[in-house]
Design a protein around this ligand. Structure first.
Ligand code: ADP
Length: 491
């Protein structure tokens, strides 16, 4: 047997998967690791936990699933994006915990950047909004706050990497300090127009260029794993940030194709081909991947609360006993009886970018039942998605016909039907919703000739379920107008 090994290093767990030539997942291992919250709004991981959990699941998978003469012909890494690790290149020791993408410790520095009119420059160069999510300000925090770090960095002793770089450096015994274009484009230090680390931004954040990884294509053979580490020397042949991998895994390879991952939050990415669009509506411009010297860009919209809204109904209000119950309850009533639920618990992301607002339930009458509130919560996920789809279509002037979906909440049939109705799009759910892992496996397999090209990937048979719009335009407009009014109240 021949396999591709996909490593999916996520925010809460590390996973390893083996994929065969037919595109089937032949084995999965997963391990959670501790989340560290040193104070309110701060989130860290121990880089050793990240590495060890990833190695444990990978070794276990190889040992249990592969016979000695089975070949693993390529290994791809997809990862939680933006998270920062800084380590000493002589000892391999991290100088501090990994600062996780969610961590807000650099919010104040981001205020400084905004107050000093860097917003436009940063957007034009990196495609990003100024926000504490991104890597640059986190690296700056480490250099400013960890004793001796700045001096060591200036002497060339420290390396920075996102999680992909950290894993590859360790898997190759410190031989390669590299990343790919999709991960580089999330650092707020990388110029997505010139495809180089941006000297002006490095100077602004006082980050020595010697710390930065070399940026490579997202699908090529970079090097091999050290024999001793996984018991095999495997070509490392793809790197992609997790959301970009999901776009690839959904085979959104043409301009104008979109995927939405309905997880805790939701991330919409639209492939815009080899042209970056710079949104005036709060969408991020990002590099989807670079393959065969062709750079593909994407627009990205962020929704903070998607499936998490359903968790809140379950854990804080006790309205449902599990997430799946939301589907039957929502379908048990004809409509939401005028109830709207704007889940702005942590503010609202694209296109509003308002961090101050809180959530709101409006339109309650004495007739309102539990089912109406639960239904309104599911509808809200679809309305928020539609808010993002509207600006994507507006900014690119591209008409969408359909959207690929994945993530835990994409299991909800009511949600997907309502999404089809409210967005007037066909919603396509592959049976295998492991699109992140499939995306990185595809990219790794292409680099080593396991699959010839994207046409061959399309022939890998995937059962899908398609939700087609059933609602009249009139009803759609009335409902969406009601949502927009509720958002206005919320803001
Ligand atoms: P993440 O990768 O962000 O942790 P997942 O893709 O695993 O998220 O999805 C988990 C989320 O999906 C949870 O917030 C959960 O409430 C939601 N979820 C799971 N099943 C359903 C369902 N049937 N209906 C609605 N939401 C669901």
């Amino acid at each position: 047997m021949k396999y591709i090994l996909a490593l999916d290093q996520g925010t809460t767990s590390s996973r390893a998967l083996l994929v065969n030539h037919a595109g089937q997942i032949c084995g999965v291992r997963q391990q959670e690791f501790p989340q560290i919250f040193p104070r309110t709004g701060w989130v860290e991981h121990d880089p050793t936990d990240i590495l060890n959990s990833q190695l444990t699941v990978t070794r276990d998978l190889i040992n249990k699933i592969c016979n000695p003469d089975d070949e693993i012909i390529g290994l791809g890494i997809t990862n939680q994006r933006e998270t920062v690790i800084v380590w000493n290149k002589h000892t391999g020791n991290p100088v501090y915990n990994a600062i996780v993408w969610q961590c807000q410790r650099s919010a104040e520095y981001c205020n400084f950047l905004r107050d000093n009119d860097y917003t436009e420059t940063i957007h034009r160069k990196t495609g990003l909004v100024v926000d504490a999510y991104f890597s640059g300000p986190k690296i700056k925090w480490i250099l400013d706050n960890i004793k001796g770090a700045r001096q060591a960095a200036e002497q060339g002793d420290l390396l920075f990497g996102t999680v992909d770089s950290w894993l590859i450096w360790n898997l190759t015994g410190g031989k390669y300090h590299i990343t790919d274009y999709s991960n580089a484009s999330r650092t707020m230090l990388f110029n997505i127009n010139t495809l180089t680390w941006d000297e002006e931004l490095l100077e602004l954040m006082k980050i020595p260029a010697a710390m930065l990884p070399e940026v490579h294509s997202s699908s090529m053979i970079y090097g091999h794993t050290e024999q001793a580490i996984l018991g095999r020397s495997i070509p490392i042949s793809a790197i992609l940030g997790d959301q970009q991998a999901a776009l690839f895994g959904n085979l959104c390879l043409e301009p104008g194709t979109v995927k939405n991952t309905y997880g805790t939050g939701a991330f919409l990415l639209m492939n815009t081909g080899n042209r970056p669009f710079f949104s005036q509506d709060g969408l991020l411009t990002t590099i989807a991947w670079q393959i065969n010297k062709e750079t593909i860009y994407a627009l990205e919209g962020t929704i903070f609360m998607a499936g998490a809204t359903i968790q809140w109904l379950r854990d804080n209000l006790g309205l449902i006993k599990d997430a799946a119950e939301s589907e039957t309850l929502a379908a048990s009533v004809e409509d939401s009886a005028g109830v709207y639920f704007v889940p702005a618990f942590q503010g609202l992301g694209t296109p509003y970018w308002n961090m101050e607002t809180t959530a709101l339930i409006s339109g309650l009458t004495r007739g309102a039942q539990r089912a109406h509130i639960v239904r309104a919560a599911l509808e809200a996920i679809a309305y928020r998605t539609n808010d993002v789809l509207s600006v994507m279509q507006h900014d690119t002037e591209m008409d969408l016909n359909d959207m690929l979906v994945d993530g835990g909440a994409a299991m909800n049939n009511f949600l997907l039907q309502f999404q089809a109705d409210i967005s007037n799009l066909s919603i396509i759910r592959p049976q295998n919703i492991e699109s992140t892992a499939m995306g990185i496996a595809f990219a790794a397999g292409l680099a080593v000739g396991f699959w010839e090209n994207s046409d061959e990937l399309r022939t890998i048979k995937q059962q899908t379920r398609v939700f087609t719009p059933q609602m009249t335009a009139n009803k759609r407009n009335t409902l969406y107008q009601g949502w927009q009014n509720a958002v206005k109240r919320c803001l």
